[in-house]
Ligand binder design. Structure first.
Ligand code: HEC
Length: 127
């Protein structure tokens, strides 16, 4: 079975209205991450001017969104055990990068590592 489906089930499993709506919010979160990733990529590649306030906004949004998802994945299901720590790490790494967002050179490598986390989680989820 596609592991993303197990993850969505884990997000909904608590049975509360809040948890069910959390599951339905995963796709919109991912879409906003995708659009923010494109904005960040353009700033880091030099295609757009580096704007540290915009970079901070993006990294703060990654951290807040991922913290929110991780906190709803604290159950004992296999999907919660597999993906909860990944979202928690993504949140922690986003916060680390946020501290370096003042300068493009400082945040560049951190951002590449975050994008590797996007890729590896998608591989693990089979999406
Ligand atoms: C810890 C796991 C995890 C991380 C980290 C993660 N994703 Fe995802 N992503 C998922 C899962 C699971 C889905 C499938 C969601 C679904 O099918 O509802 C997904 C789906 C997506 C989609 C498709 C959404 C759609 O409309 O179908 C995009 C785009 C995406 N992610 C972008 C990103 C970007 C960009 C990052 C990094 C900045 C990222 N993701 C980080 C787990 C993750």
């Amino acid at each position: 079975m596609n592991r993303a489906i197990l993850l969505l089930a884990a997000l909904a499993i608590a049975g509360s209205v809040a948890a069910a709506s959390a599951a339905s919010r995963l796709k919109p979160v991912m879409r906003s991450w995708k659009s923010d990733a494109a904005t960040a990529q353009a700033m880091l590649s030099g295609a757009a001017a580096y704007d540290d306030a915009e970079m901070r906004r993006i990294l703060a949004a990654y951290a807040a969104d991922a913290d929110g998802i991780a906190s709803r994945l604290d159950g004992s299901s296999a999907a919660a055990r597999q993906f909860g720590p990944r979202f928690a790490k993504f949140a922690a790494d986003s916060k680390d990068a946020l501290a370096l967002a003042g300068a493009k050179a400082g945040v560049q490598a951190r951002f590449a590592a975050l994008h590797e986390e996007c890729r590896s989680c998608h591989a693990a989820a089979g999406v």
